[in-house]
Design a protein around this ligand. Sequence first.
Ligand SMILES: Cc1cc2nc3c(=O)[nH]c(=O)nc-3n(C[C@H](O)[C@H](O)[C@H](O)COP(=O)(O)OP(=O)(O)OC[C@H]3O[C@@H](n4cnc5c(N)ncnc54)[C@H](O)[C@@H]3O)c2cc1C
Length: 690
Amino acid sequence: PACRFTACALCAKFGAMSRALGFERGSLRLPCAYCHGPFLVSLLAFVLAPPGRAARLYVEDDPVAILGGDTLKQTVRNSSTAWLVQFYSSWCGHCIQYSPTWRALAGDVKDWELAIRIGVLDCAHERNFDICKEFEIHFYPTFRYFKAHASVDELGKTYRGANRELQTVRQLMVNILQNHTRQDWPVHCPPLGPARSDDILALMGKTAEQYTALIVEDEDSYVGREVILDLVPYRGLTVRRALSSDKAITEKLRISTAPAAYLFYPNGSHGALDVPKRQRFFFSSFLKLLPGVRRKQTASVQDPVHTLNKGDEATMKDWKEFDRSKVYMADLESGLHYLLRVELASHHTLEGEELVAFKDFVTVVAKLFPGRQPVVKLLETLLEWLTSLPLEKIPYDAILDLVNNKMRISGLYLTDHVQWVSCQGSSMTLRGYPCSLWTLFHILTAQAAQRPDALANTALEDDPQAVLQTMRRYITTFFGCQECGKHFEAMAKESMNSVKSLDEAVLWLWRKHNQVNSRLAGAMSEDPVFPKTQWPTPDLCPTCHEEQNGLHVWKEDMVQVFLKKHYSAANISPKYSSKLEQLDIKAPPAPGSMDKAPLNNQGTEGDKQAHEDLPKKGKRSDPKDTMEEARNSQRDPRPGVNFLGLGFSSVDMSLCVVLYAFSCLFLMLMFFFFRIRSKRWKIKHSRPYV
Ligand SMILES: Cc1cc2nc3c(=O)[nH]c(=O)nc-3n(C[C@H](O)[C@H](O)[C@H](O)COP(=O)(O)OP(=O)(O)OC[C@H]3O[C@@H](n4cnc5c(N)ncnc54)[C@H](O)[C@@H]3O)c2cc1C
């Protein structure tokens, strides 16, 4: 088939570029494989990726401190300044959209950094998985503030306000500072409370070494405190504030409107400050330009900013060619890895609603995911374990032990690296996990429609909304992008209950996904190489589209057929997936292996390593190797195996088995003993009645 630039959404989007390259709009015929395929994608990625978007969300040049797993604690704990840190995720659309505000805020309060600093930490970076878990970051963005001199186990306080406008957060910073006590007050932060009238009036007519500026303002105004903080890095001047309700000051200085600024000169003279507008910027700028007022020559605050790793840049060199008409197992497994080992792992324990949501999720995935054997077996084992232990509260570490196969059960494995293929983005901050999550749930709805009996005996079998409701619970309970969760919940509330069949469930999710696509089109989280379109595009499914009275309409019966085929097991490509064919058991990742994981989200290096490791660990069939391993395991200095987070040693496990066998034998013996005795007793005491 061929497509014209005009008829193709992707090409239309890049029509300008094509014209710039010398192609006439509508005149160029290209085979679709080229139009939408890897060639064009790579070409567009190369040509269009703007330099700023090819890196992480925040870069060294930004006025924020880029924190990481290795610097966060030492930076924010026992610091001479307070900290406000945004824990974000580079795949979270809201974090992407919020980043200009955060950057602008950091620039706006740059002069405050001797009192309070702004930081960021990317929880989607493999290097930071552990620290985000330790700091219990469940949603993105999470704003945590740390007082100065915070203790060594401080996890910070979360700002939960819905308003994240620049001015609101700036005022929050002022409040954070004012919440300090005299003992833990940040070393270089001047007093922020209103000055006593006696102290101010005593300045009148007195010579001094430096200026004193007084901002007179209403009680709810922040201008005075903001000006005080703006002038922190300047010498030759002290800034104080007074309230307009302080009549002693306002009457003596003849101040009738607030805010107002008053200046006491070093030579003893004084007078009102004459600025064009009574606003923070005008007050601060005027004061900074006073003769004799200079920036302090202090060494800049010790900067914990990370030098960006080389692996963070330029993902295009790791570009993987792929076919848009296929689904990739590597995306699905990477998504499951991220979901089970990172997103859920930020929850220390699962109980109540969370546990129910998790159990339902595992049930649906274990029963419907058309994955590779070791992954499915892992999910089934997890499900079996969850259903056999009717616990009300489960420590997530126990689940992680199972996911990491700490018991070394043969044939269980889930990749421990991300490897995005059709979910890869033109930059590290784009696509990836949320793309894989959508894909996973489309697969699950399609599978449920194709195999209606798959959920038999799970208590979910008779519910046509089973997959959708499970997804809904997962998204609202665990999905790190809280705003996305809220939007999804609103859509679910509106119409999910109207879904009456498994086929309708497939279409409902497709419709809602397209609704999200349309809302996000043109947003900052949109990957320019993968613009948000109404999907499937005509090149993928020509029969899904129709025009009626000049208007585009979907042929939903065709879309239904297409979705079931596109998201069928047969359409999942194993290309780029981690190699499993020789795998029998996979040892748990070594402690700290997350830290050593590749720093780019393509995971190629890590996977190479994993591939190199596999044959060694997988050669179970060779008896010589098995013997050798058995001997090695005897030499293993580790006392035992950490089983489901309960810390059983292998001796404990052996004892359990012996005790179990012994108990069975004992019970059997007792059974036979009493049976024989009762028979004998019956014979002895039997009275034949006639
Ligand atoms: C439940 C949920 C809610 C979200 N809400 C928000 C939000 O409110 N704000 C925000 O900024 N981000 C949100 N996101 C993230 C956002 O939707 C994208 O996942 C993210 O921007 C990455 O986009 P993408 O280009 O990889 O394509 P995605 O939208 O992630 O799609 C992944 C793949 O699914 C296929 N696909 C696309 N559309 C459809 C469809 N209609 N039916 C079936 N398959 C389709 C395509 O092959 C596509 O490549 C949400 C994610 C999820 C999982």
